[in-house]
Design a protein around this ligand. Sequence first.
Ligand code: SF4
Length: 238
Amino acid sequence: MFRWSPGADERWQEYAVEPGADTTVLDALVDVQRGQDPGLAFRYACRVGMCGSCGMVVNGRERWACRTRLSTLGRGRITVRPLYHFPVLRDLVVDMAPFTARMRAVGAAFAPSDGERRYARIGSGSGERQDIDAAIECIGCGLCVSACTMVAHNSRFPGPAALNRAFTLQRDSRDAAQSERWGVLLSDDALARCHGQGNCTDVCPMGLAPTRSIIRLRQMATARLLGVSRSGQRSVAF
Ligand code: SF4
């Protein structure tokens, strides 16, 4: 287990646990904290795969601790370390502020049009809703950001979660900030930087595919640019 606290050196520490058939990584961490090392720091809240706060790197792969059974990790030693690409606050706890900053950088808040009705008027069967559908269940766990090698390489790259969120807004006909958002998405450090390796999609615990959202954004951007050159107008139907 990775251990670090301010003023101390990084170190790896071993703990032994007696797992049951359904013991999860989170159960084991709680067990260690209660019985062996009360100073061990990790974050969790719901324990049932809804809040996304227990993300960490287990045996070299980003996972949510509460839904990862020890029995699925094979026999022998299990390594647990904090998410990559986030500042470590202590042990397995990272500062999620960069996640929020990336979201903010792409304008991840819905911007209602003037006079927009209060409740959604987009039918569940509409093409727009179905296109967005696959991308809306993000729980903000940050696993995809940790797994993304481009995030490691380019600090200005928004990362998979923010681009996934941006897709849902660029495809939402009620949103009024799309022009502004395209300015960010089409800059040198956003859509153009994704190499399509798909690490984000591999690790997403909700089964989302940020890679697909990025491809869809690129398709929309291309159609938009073609629309501009053909008609001189910005709007293109998808
Ligand atoms: S897209 Fe998936 S992996 Fe990324 S933050 Fe959202 S839920 Fe987590």
